[in-house]
Design a protein around this ligand. Structure first.
Ligand SMILES: Cc1cc2nc3c(=O)[nH]c(=O)nc-3n(C[C@H](O)[C@H](O)[C@H](O)COP(=O)(O)OP(=O)(O)OC[C@H]3O[C@@H](n4cnc5c(N)ncnc54)[C@H](O)[C@@H]3O)c2cc1C
Length: 608
């Protein structure tokens, strides 16, 4: 979240020669043209890496991953947690933007997505939260399938991640509940070298009279609500992402896994019909390295799995003729299957920073962000022994809050927009230092606390559409941020909650004032104006190929069924953030991992 100055060129160079444990190819010509694959996974991102590792555990399965981006090992900044904010708008970002957002004063908002093996898990801010137990039960109800309930998916949470010690080795028993965590490959830890601001925040929450600010011993133990210590996908001082956790450790015996990088899937084609079965069987993937290269087709023996993310997956479906009929007609794409929800229902969480000055001399990250020499020393320390300030991400404490029921009725909303009673509407992320997450320039001196408000149960919803059939062209992304009345009321409430919290003891003895024009905002309308001016995306886009119940088709019933199969065709599933039935009311990566582990189980179960 803190945008640091330009990285030294060193950070973008290859660190070492890596002995590849699976077959990695950089061009389609390198693939063995006589070889066939059981599964072709399009997109080696967060979900795609899980599927690649799990499906190839059965050595009878020949698995091919097609990934548009490059190797994760080539970019040192991916490994260094504190440098996370330098990755958006870099070579490992697709560099998407929205169309002008009417709810945000017609501003265009950056929408980063990982352009690298491991996908967005390699460029994200590493916050690691799973939705509350009740969220999963709510999703199970929505898609009418108990196999999505918490009782059923808990094993995938345990299979995906494990809690590891922070590098400073401090006692974490008051910060997390070990028994709530699993044994999977993604390392998760609390931060090291806790700063006074965060100690004060937690102390304040422990003393708070108001239930909403109460301390939560572990936000990954069933309920997310309250203030807690941040858990992040960091282990041994370095980022743990989908490719480093799931793919890097594979041994040389994983010879049944091929990964083709620097290559895009353009579209899917149906297998020519050999019988009267009219259901299209979409197991042919057309790939290319750029818009002028001749496309190549590869056929999967069993299935194609789209894991290209909330932008990539609906794009490939649309270019293959699966989407809203009107949209396909407009683009001149022959209709293969009318699927009105493709590209629809897009939602994202907004982020809004509020800045506070703190007592002069408080130990914050401000100097580290301002001073290039200090930063280089910290990077050198990290390279030498994986210690020092670079081992942490940006936000060491975090809260999830609900808004009162009156917010629903005043916005004309009949149902609670969240995933249920144990889930949040609002998140507050606490960062020590002035976060460069907005257009407000960072002051040259002083120490700051940034409290970021995020709407985690939004009702504003938009879509992804296209104005070209070129697979390399960028889509029109419209999350319609802050256009729903509920979201407008909820962001104002989030700001009020923040302003109330900083006045509580003992935090009020560290915070000396509000910084910036928000200090002048007195009415709800003025607070909302501030939100419209400074909100951005926290980068949790999802739902563009939403999951719906079995057997129901058409508008509102989703693109995939609870087994991730694209409704109305054969041989094709979608597994990534685009299939969430409803937005998770937390950060999204843990949900993607859980859904991907579940998908692998379903696919492998089906072949037994
Ligand atoms: C900057 C940023 C910060 C974030 N912070 C957090 C956070 O702190 N905590 C959290 O929980 N979540 C966070 N998220 C969100 C989270 O990372 C994503 O929701 C999640 O990783 C999405 O997983 P996915 O598998 O759906 O997509 P991705 O991981 O994005 O994977 C999609 C993959 O498909 C590839 N691809 C796309 N199109 C094609 C094509 N045509 N052919 C071949 N390959 C293709 C992409 O290159 C990519 O590798 C953040 C995201 C970003 C970008």
């Amino acid at each position: 979240m803190m945008q640091l100055q330009l990285l030294p060129a060193l950070l973008w160079t290859v660190l070492c020669h890596h002995a590849w444990s699976y077959h990695i190819f950089t061009s389609p010509d390198q693939l063995d043209s006589t070889k066939t694959y059981d599964y072709i996974i399009v997109g080696g991102g967060t979900a795609g890496s899980v599927l690649a590792a799990r499906l190839s555990e059965d050595e009878r399965n020949q698995v091919l991953v097609i990934e548009a981006g490059g190797r994760v090992e080539d970019v040192l900044a991916i490994r260094i947690p504190f440098l996370g904010p330098t990755l958006p708008r870099s070579q490992v970002d697709w560099n998407y933007t929205t169309i002008p957002q009417t709810g945000l004063g017609n501003r265009i908002i950056n929408i980063p997505r990982g352009f690298v093996l491991g996908g967005s898990s390699c460029i994200n801010q590493m916050v690691f939260h799973r939705p509350s137990n009740g969220s999963w039960d709510h999703w199970a109800d929505l898609v009418d399938d108990p196999s999505l309930s918490w009782e059923a998916v808990q094993k995938y949470w345990l299979r995906n991640s494990r809690l590891v010690d922070p590098v400073d080795g401090h006692d974490t028993s008051e910060e997390v509940i070990l028994s709530a965590h699993g044994f999977g490959p993604v390392n998760v830890s609390v931060y090291s070298y806790t700063k006074p601001i965060h100690k004060s925040i937690i102390e304040t929450s422990k003393k708070a009279v108001d239930e909403k600010f109460k301390f939560n011993h572990d936000q990954n133990a069933g309920s997310n609500l309250g203030w807690g210590w941040q858990q992040a996908a960091i282990g041994g001082g370095q980022r743990s992402c989908a490719s480093t956790a799931y793919l890097s450790p594979l041994t040389n015996t994983r010879s049944n896994l091929d990964i083709l990088i620097n290559t895009q899937a353009a579209k899917l084609l149906p297998i020519p019909k050999t019988s009267n079965n009219l259901t299209p069987d979409l197991r042919i993937v057309e790939i290319a390295q750029n818009s002028t290269a001749p496309p190549i087709c590869i056929t999967a023996r069993k299935e194609v799995i789209l894991s290209a993310g909330f932008i990539g997956s609906p794009k490939i479906l649309t270019l293959s003729g699966i989407g809203p009929e009107k949209e396909l007609k407009r683009l001149g794409i022959p209709l293969l299957l009318e699927s009105p929800d493709v590209g629809a229902n897009l939602q994202d969480h907004i982020l809004l920073p509020l800045y506070f000055t703190v007592v002069n001399g408080t130990d914050t990250n401000d100097e580290l962000s301002r001073n290039a020499t200090l930063r280089q020393e910290a990077i050198d320390q990290w390279i030498a022994n994986r210690t020092g300030p670079m081992v942490n991400g940006q936000s060491n404490t975090v809260a999830y809050l609900r808004v009162g029921d009156d917010h629903f009725s005043s916005a004309g909303v009949k149902e609670d927009p969240s995933n249920g009673a144990g889930s949040a509407h609002i998140e507050i992320l606490a960062l020590d230092g002035f976060s460069r997450v907005s257009t407000i320039p960072a002051p040259p001196t002083g120490q700051f606390l940034t409290l970021i408000a995020s709407l985690v149960a939004p009702l504003s919803s938009g879509n992804i559409t296209f104005n070209s059939t070129d697979p390399f062209a960028y889509p029109l992304i419209n999350p319609n941020f802050l256009t729903h009345k509920f979201d407008q009321a909820a962001i104002v409430q989030a700001m009020k909650d923040i302003l109330e919290f900083v006045q509580l003891s003992p935090l009020n003895s560290l915070v000396t004032g509000i910084y910036g024009s928000i200090a002048d905002a007195k009415t709800d309308a003025e607070l909302l104006e501030y939100a419209r001016e400074y909100s951005g995306s926290i980068n949790h886009g999802s739902r563009t190929a939403r999951m719906g119940p079995y057997g129901k088709k058409g508008k509102g019933w989703g693109v995939v069924d609870p087994s991730y199969r694209v409704k109305g065709v054969k041989g094709l599933r979608v597994v990534d953030a685009s299939v969430f039935p409803q937005m998770p009311n937390v950060h999204t990566q843990a949900s993607v991992y859980i859904l991907a582990e579940r998908a692998a189980d379903i696919i492998l179960g089906g072949q037994k």
